[in-house]
Design a binder for this molecule. Structure first.
Ligand SMILES: NC(=O)c1ccc[n+]([C@@H]2O[C@H](COP(=O)([O-])OP(=O)(O)OC[C@H]3O[C@@H](n4cnc5c(N)ncnc54)[C@H](O)[C@@H]3O)[C@@H](O)[C@H]2O)c1
Length: 394
């Protein structure tokens, strides 16, 4: 019998959790429909960057505390089932409940009465209750819990043990099961109602998204007046605690922040002025950069190099990356667009040196550490992140 089976266990959130639990001696089975990801996991390979995860994965496989399979039969062999599949929004920016509903349709026969189902995907508020209802209608009486993940991708292996864990359930048994799983990682466990936990997760991500939007809007205001935002940023934040959480400007992207702000908007009947304004600001930053470059230079006859295609610094994850949106806009507005990223596996990308050599304009789109010492003499540089330390004016 497994302590926990993790459905979606090869994903960016599922696999670090599986490894962390297995490293603490829990017997864990990773279940995923992605067969090649399962194979790589069984070989002890991480297929995405997660600091410190690979040695722990190898150790857990050697210890026999972690196994992996595409077969859902491990659900029946587990005390608790943790569900972590993607929960994207659709083309109307509404949540796609269908993905979880289909999964229940596929897998419900493998669950048994009295089993704990711990939902860990970020959920539209009220979805945990729906999941419980869908199982009840299938005659399965599960202890459904919702325990959101709040790690920073790339830092999961430290944050899973460092962050407090929010747990919630519709039953005492569900709470006890969630406590049993997560107490392997932390003693700092907070209990709230399921809908409170669902909102806590959406508030957490949306708050971050709004903060990035504030920084991006401030950046655009300063830049429109020909001022270097970073001089003002330093003046605002230096030794001034009340402003120390003002982020630096830059692309606010990735698979979570945008869609979670939009889920919150959908939950509030589409009335979420602050969230939608944040979306317009953050999604508008690539357009803004191109507009500014067009005002100053003969962009349509120039080659533009985009450095950094991952959605954030030092990551290989391109999901919902605004660098690709920037590239699309430039494909229309510039003569040629060349892209590089040392961490990203994308055949369309070119080596960094080639992109620099062939480009008239360089845009640093993702602030990877290895761009810090770049020599870009003679090039027009747009560095909104101030990676090079020469200011952020575009
Ligand atoms: N990425 C993050 O930093 C982060 C942080 C906190 C929360 N979240 C939330 O966690 C959830 C998962 O995100 P992610 O980034 O890990 O997504 P992901 O796409 O990396 O992983 C999802 C995994 O689920 C698998 N899967 C899909 N359908 C399946 C099925 N029917 N049966 C078995 N496996 C299936 C996929 O093959 C994939 O491996 C989302 O709700 C997301 O919002 C993500």
């Amino acid at each position: 019998m497994y302590d926990a089976c993790i459905i979606g266990g090869c994903g960016h959130v599922g696999l670090p959790l599986a490894i962390a639990l297995a490293s603490k001696g829990k017997k864990v089975c990773v279940q995923d429909i992605n067969a090649s990801a399962i194979e790589r996991t069984l070989r002890g390979e991480m297929r995405f960057y997660e600091e410190g995860a690979e040695p722990l994965l190898k150790q857990a496989l050697a210890d026999g505390t972690l196994s992996a399979t595409t077969s859902p039969t491990c659900i029946s062999e587990s005390e608790a089932v943790v569900l972590i599949i993607g929960t994207p929004v659709d083309e109307h920016l509404n949540p796609r409940f269908g993905l979880i509903e289909e999964l229940i349709e596929q897998y419900s026969d493998y669950f048994y009465d009295g089993q704990a189902l711990i939902l860990r995907s970020t959920l539209y508020p009220g979805l945990s209750a729906k999941v419980r209802q869908w199982f009840e209608r299938k005659g399965k009486h599960l202890h459904v819990a919702f325990c959101p993940e709040r790690i920073l991708e790339g830092k999961a292996m430290t944050e899973l043990e460092k962050l407090p864990q929010i747990i919630s359930s519709f039953s005492e048994e569900g709470l006890a099961a969630a406590r049993k799983v997560f107490s392997a990682l932390t003693n700092d466990i907070l209990v709230v109602q399921p809908i409170e936990a669902e909102l806590a997760k959406l508030f957490t991500n949306t708050w971050r998204y709004i903060k990035f939007a504030a920084a991006n809007q401030f950046y655009m205001i300063a830049n429109d007046y020909g001022l270097d935002f970073y001089n003002i940023y330093y003046a605002v934040t230096h030794n001034y605690d009340r402003a120390k959480d003002l982020p630096r400007p830059g692309f606010a992207a990735g698979p979570c922040l945008f869609k979670d702000a939009m889920q919150l908007g959908a939950f509030n009947n589409g009335e979420f002025y602050l969230g939608h304004a944040a979306m317009l600001v953050n999604e508008g930053l690539p357009n803004y950069i191109v507009k500014k470059l067009k005002e100053k230079y003969d962009l349509e006859n120039m080659t533009v190099g985009v450095l950094g295609m991952a959605f954030k610094a030092n990551s290989d994850d391109i999901r919902e990356s605004l660098s690709y949106k920037l590239k699309k806009i430039l494909n229309v507005e510039a003569w040629q667009v060349l892209c590089a990223d040392p961490l990203v596996d994308d055949k369309r990308l070119l080596p960094l040196e080639e992109v620099i050599e062939r480009s008239d304009v360089i845009i640093i789109a993702t602030p990877h550490n290895e761009y810090k010492n770049l020599k870009l003499d003679g090039k027009i540089v747009a560095d909104i992140w101030n990676v090079l330390g020469n200011g952020g004016i575009v």
